[in-house]
Write a protein that binds this ligand. Structure first.
Ligand code: PTT
Ligand code: SF4
Length: 610
């Protein structure tokens, strides 16, 4: 095979056993890599009903066939497992040298199961792998962990690790790399912690076989040059994702006070232009010339890397309008290994339920020190922090008294940083995303604002499906960054050219979309197999607040989603997907996608219609 290494590495931490396993071209062509591989492995190899924090769960690091070739923005991998936060399929995407090193070590994926007796580091160096005692690292934060490991390995080595949140099984703990890249929102860090796995070190020295190595090199150089010519390039380097704060404010989509409002009176203090005034540099993922991580000095005089989601969820959503302080909370979250989106949600929820006297504890909007202490309590599971460490859905269930009305999540995963009181298509996107309420699968809100926000039209459903296939399917399976395409207009044809030169196969875009649909339906099947009789259509519905509690400020004051229109929209979405009225793929749909074997198995858990 060209492009793919054709090898997965299976690691059993309980048995201290490592086995390399070859797989065939059919798997590669059907599922491409990254999310596609992770979904297929979890479907085939994970026993249904397994406790996500038990040794049986499988933690997967998977890359796509372009990673490791030095192509633009290709230094990413997907980390996946059954999620302890949602009980369904979970994954995240991290830009890290670990992705490049995993592939040059000879592996398209590393699949980790079992549980080490005591904390360990997994070290992979080409065909050699070992488990190293990590008792001395346990308790360190993710930055300290990487700093301790770095001098022990080659300069090019790639690292992923967890902080105290992962060790303490916080349900939204992430995996962290390179002091500020983090991924695996639905608790992939907790899965790693449950296995006593503190870190993985990757060192690779092999050439990944390419069908046309010279052609690939030339295409790569041309791609980097093309990115530099894009009109938005220099502004992107200045602000990266941060300019979205001003955009969201202008369009009443900026989560504020736990999604109560879509505008924040201190938005200009935490936005892209405010950030530029204190910015000291850019950081980024490997093999990227867009380096969009904005580095600033935070209020504790440490360096923090700012992105839109982090700043909104730890800023406006908790009423904090001091950018250096928001940056400091962001840094603390990275060190502890907590997902900032879920964190901002549970904090906003805690403050709001306190304000409404649903809990005895007292928390307040915009209080830096109080919030920082609470974040630490969450990571170390102290006091009320222990309740919040379970995620907003579980916390609301524990509190009762209607607290669920203020819990912003879908299927247990907290909502990312776009308010949807007046964005039905974006709400549908959150509600039907592959992992719960995350924007990665279909970020349609800017299109929706342009197209017209009020309606629940067919075009909106089509747009959500188109973006889910492209972003959630193609980009997550290729594990290349979607920003060149989404933010600069880097043409999609580049990727088919790269694939041709790397794999030697013509893979036209419609074949990638077909494969994306296969993966997304397989992920749907995974959720259904796990939930079986407990699955309801209500799991594809956005948070109740957007239907019941209207915006009270800003130009869209009074805006709400309409539950009847949303329901009709969801039904049409199901039809277009080839799913029945419960949101369950029909046998004929799965057959068309070459997933008849999946249909046969799934039918035992949820009766399928023809
Ligand atoms: C992603 C989610 C996002 S999406 C952000 S900011 W964003 C938050 N980042 C966090 C962080 O940082 N620290 C932390 N402790 N928690 C965080 N949680 C949040 O996680 C990231 C970039 C960004 S910045 C985005 S949109 C794009 N995401 C991509 C994607 O998902 N797929 C893809 N093919 N390309 C992408 N390119 C962009 O990558 P999750 P990163 Mg991330 C500090 O993890 O679980 O996928 O959730 O990976 O390497 O930091 O790059 O405004
Ligand atoms: Fe990473 Fe940003 Fe570059 Fe994408 S654009 S690869 S997120 S640094």
């Amino acid at each position: 095979m060209f492009g793919w290494t054709g090898v997965f590495l299976n690691v059993d931490l309980s048995k201290n056993k490592v086995v390399a396993e070859s797989y065939d071209a059919t798997l590669a062509l059907n599922f491409i890599g990254g999310r596609g591989f992770a979904a297929k492995i979890l479907w085939d190899k994970l026993k249904p009903g397994v406790n996500p924090l038990s040794p049986e769960n499988k933690l997967i690091f998977a890359a796509g066939p372009l990673t490791g070739f030095g192509l633009p923005n290709s230094g990413k991998l997907v980390v996946a497992a059954k999620s302890p936060l949602t009980g369904g399929y979970g994954d995240g995407n991290i830009g890290t040298s670990a992705a490049v090193q995993m592939r040059t070590a000879g592996y398209d994926a590393v699949i980790i199961e079992g549980k080490a007796e005591a904390p360990v580091v997994l070290h992979i160096n080409d065909q050699f792998a070992e488990l190293i005692d990590a008792k001395a690292l346990w308790g360190l934060n993710s930055f300290e962990t990487e700093a301790q490991l770095k001098p022990l390995y080659e300069r090019t080595a790639g690292f992923v690790s967890i902080g105290p949140a992962g060790e303490n099984l916080v349900k939204f703990a992430t995996v962290v790399s390179q002091e500020g890249r983090a991924g695996g929102r639905p608790g992939m860090g907790a899965v790693m912690g449950s296995k006593n796995l503190k870190a993985v070190v990757f060192e690779g020295h092999k050439d990944i076989p390419a069908a046309y190595p010279q052609g690939l090199k030339e295409l790569s150089a041309a791609g980097y040059r093309e990115i530099l010519t894009k009109p938005n390039f220099s502004f992107w380097k200045r602000q990266g994702t941060m300019s979205t704060i001003e955009w969201s404010q202008e369009n009443s989509a900026l989560p504020t006070f736990n999604f109560r409002e879509g505008v924040f009176d201190k938005a200009d203090k935490i936005g892209g232009f405010a950030m530029e005034k204190i910015k000291v540099g850019n950081r980024g993922c490997p093999q990227c010339n867009m380096t969009c991580g904005n580095v600033v000095k935070d209020s504790e005089r440490k360096e923090a890397e700012l992105d839109y989601e982090n700043i909104v969820m730890l800023g406006s959503n908790i009423g904090l309008g001091n950018l250096r302080q928001v940056a400091a909370l962001n840094r603390v979250a990275d060190e502890l290994g907590l997902d900032t989106i879920s964190l901002g949600n549970v904090l906003g929820f805690a403050i709001e339920t306190s304000e409404k006297n649903l809990i005895l504890e007292k928390f307040h909007w915009g209080k830096y020190k109080e919030t920082k202490d609470l974040i630490n309590d969450i990571a170390y599971r102290r006091g009320f922090g222990d309740v919040l460490a379970e995620g907003v859905q579980a916390a609301a269930a524990k509190i009762g008294h209607g607290a669920a009305d203020w819990a912003m999540h879908v299927k247990g995963l907290e909502v990312s940083a776009y308010d949807c009181h007046a964005a039905p298509a974006m709400a549908l996107s959150y509600a039907t995303s592959a992992i719960g309420a995350h924007h990665k699968d279909a970020w349609v809100i800017s299109w929706e604002v342009q197209f017209g926000r009020e309606g629940y039209s067919e075009e909106k459903i089509n747009k959500v499906i188109e973006m889910q296939r492209l972003r959630g399917g193609v980009f997550e399976s290729l594990t290349v960054c979607r920003f060149p395409y989404a933010e600069l207009g880097f043409e999609l044809e580049w990727y088919t050219k790269y694939l041709q030169a790397a794999t030697g196969r013509e893979m036209p875009f419609n074949s990638l979309i077909y494969s994306a649909d296969k993966t997304l339906n397989l992920i749907r099947a995974f959720w259904l197999r796990e939930y079986a009789d407990n699955w309801t259509k209500g799991m594809d519905v956005p948070p109740v607040r957007w239907f019941k509690d209207a915006l009270t400020a800003g130009p869209l004051k009074g805006a709400l989603l309409d539950p009847f229109k949303y329901d009709a929209m969801l039904k049409k979405y199901y039809r277009k997907r080839g799913w029945d009225e419960r949101g369950v793929p029909k046998k004929s749909t799965l057959k068309k996608l070459g997933l008849s074997d999946v249909a046969k198995q799934l039918d035992k858990y949820v009766k399928l219609s023809d």
